[in-house]
Design a protein around this ligand. Structure first.
Ligand code: ATP
Ligand code: MG
Ligand code: MG
Ligand code: MG
Length: 508
């Protein structure tokens, strides 16, 4: 089956079970202070679950574009490294708003996977919520019994609160869940190690594909759980993961969802994509970079198409960081010294025509925005990378000579004795003067076996804030504390104009 057929089969199945198909909500959230981006299919139904809005129909299904790069659900660090976490992904979902509950949700989930998609039963594992004494939550015996009627007992596992009690964010609807996992390892490996022991163990070939949540509570500010006025079903299945298991691949990137994009990137860079590359291999960084590009362009494009332009604060800054992260990978590992990312927008828009048409209809605009961002960041990227490489060399030789190095800037003084630590003040200057998001510096550090002194970095950031009293401070709980745009003039990335305080940096 092609990806398109797989998506359609999901929707058709739930129509046959009395569901209406609803459109995906935008990926950008403008009216909920607890969330910047849509992180699950249920977000658009939050008010219905809370009993604050009526449902249009008792049963609904859709494919929802999601983004998990901030807040409670943040997968950014895994993306490109593993084979199954993306920034932007499609979440297939079906919902019951106070209508059917566990019995139907479980039976239909199993029917779809094993009878429509014909996934082999012995490769599927189920988890159910074991309860939690601390919160006074009971074991989900009902689901356990329902699963036992369908699935071999050694394929049903107890799951803890972390994996089997789903929460949208720090507050909001939540409840116990049953997850479905798939073991795609070759038979020889499966004979050696029982798949049950690899569920929820970050194994690249034993992955979660579907989460069936029984929405029963509202998590209040302060942490208390309040029962919802009615009981609901909320399911979410990772579309790219489903396609991967149905197409018999060992990576989401090897499916027809990602291959056209990967091939385009490979062709243009003149390098081959090696999906089997392992950390430490000569082509590892290239493979990661191709996956990062193929992934990040989706997050960037859909965010822009849904109204979130890259900017210097909040959600806009999150998008800018993702974009800069992608540009850095393409520059350093794929040899793209000129703007390249923007060329991927049209390919993506074509791919999603008929699924998410909002990108197709705005593709020229989106491409233009990406191009402008690339141009401005590329101007300072090379300089930043050189500074970074120089620092590492210099830093190591100084520590080798005298055992420590002192760093002084207008924002403080820092003494570093560990040769694998990037001074926080340096990371601050890279960010402040050169527009390097801190996570990009951390990433570059990690690639060299370094960590960043985040304590000093935060101290410098704090110091800067104290000084620019005029700037209001916003802490969203997502990412780091950012300056509010109101009082910061953003004039591009030219070194001397970006922020109120230009830091002179010297080593002693
Ligand atoms: P995982 O444990 O693999 O990180 P999760 O438990 O965080 O997944 P849920 O919040 O239960 O994920 O979301 C429902 C489904 O969405 C998952 O079963 C999975 O198939 C898919 N999914 C979750 N995160 C991602 C992601 N970053 N990229 C692609 N698919 C995802
Ligand atoms: Mg997760
Ligand atoms: Mg999980
Ligand atoms: Mg889950």
């Amino acid at each position: 089956m092609t990806a398109t057929e797989i998506r359609q089969a999901f929707l058709d199945f739930f129509v046959s079970k009395g569901h209406i198909i609803v459109p995906s909500a935008p990926i950008v959230i403008k009216n909920d202070p607890t969330l910047m981006f849509t992180n699950a299919g249920m977000n658009q139904f939050k008010d219905i679950f809370l009993g604050e809005a009526p449902a249009k129909a008792p049963r609904a299904a859709d494919t929802q574009r999601c983004l998990r790069v901030s807040g409670k659900h943040n997968d950014l660090e895994e993306v490109g490294i593993d084979t199954y976490h993306h920034t932007m992904f499609e979440m297939l979902g079906n919902w019951s708003f106070g209508d059917y509950f566990k019995k139907e949700a479980i039976a239909w989930g199993w029917e779809l996977l094993t009878e429509v998609y014909k996934l082999p039963k012995d490769r599927l594992y189920i988890t159910y919520f074991e309860g939690d004494d601390k919160e006074g939550l009971e074991k989900d015996t009902e689901s356990h019994e329902l699963w036992k009627a369908l699935v071999a007992e050694d394929h049903i596992l107890r799951g803890n609160k972390k994996d089997n009690f789903w929460e949208m964010g720090e507050t909001g609807p939540c409840g116990p869940c049953s997850e479905i996992h798939y073991d795609s390892r070759p038979d020889s490996e499966r004979a050696e190690i029982d798949g049950a022991t690899l569920v929820n163990a970050d194994h690249d070939q034993v992955i979660e594909i579907w989460n069936i949540v029984f929405m029963q509570f509202n998590r209040l500010k302060g942490g208390a759980l309040q029962p919802l006025p009615a009981k609901h079903v909320d399911t979410g299945m990772g579309f790219e993961r489903l396609v991967r298991v149905l197409q018999g691949k060992s990576s989401n990137y090897d499916t027809d969802v990602f291959q056209p994009m990967i091939q385009f990137i490979a062709d243009k860079s003149g390098k081959q994509y090696n999906s089997k590359s392992k950390p430490g291999d000569a082509d590892w960084n290239e493979a990661v970079a191709m996956r990062v590009l193929a992934d990040h362009i989706r997050a960037i494009s859909f965010a822009i198409a849904d109204g979130q332009l890259p900017s210097n604060n909040k959600a806009g800054y999150v998008i800018r960081r993702i974009l800069r992260r992608a540009v850095r990978y393409s520059y350093q590992y794929l040899g793209f010294k000129e703007p390249f990312l923007n060329q991927l927008v049209h390919l993506l828009a074509d791919q999603f025509k008929g699924v998410f048409d909002n990108l197709y209809s705005q593709k020229d605009f989106v491409q233009k925005v990406v191009l402008e961002e690339e141009v401005s960041f590329l101007r300072t990227l090379e300089k930043g990378i050189t500074l970074f490489e120089d620092l590492i060399k210099d830093h190591n030789s100084k520590i080798h000579e005298s055992g420590s190095v002192s760093y002084v800037s207008g924002f403080g003084e820092e003494n570093v004795t560990n040769k694998n630590v990037i001074p926080g003040l340096f990371a601050f200057v890279l960010n402040d003067t050169h527009g390097f998001p801190i996570d990009l510096t951390e990433l570059m550090a990690r690639e060299k076996g370094f960590t960043v002194n985040m304590v000093e970095y935060e101290a410098a950031l704090q110091e800067q804030k104290t000084r620019s009293r005029a700037a209001s401070v916003v802490d969203t709980g997502d990412w780091v504390v950012l300056r509010d745009n109101d009082n910061v003039e953003f004039t591009g990335y030219d070194e001397t104009e970006t922020v109120a305080h230009v830091v002179k940096y010297r080593k002693v």
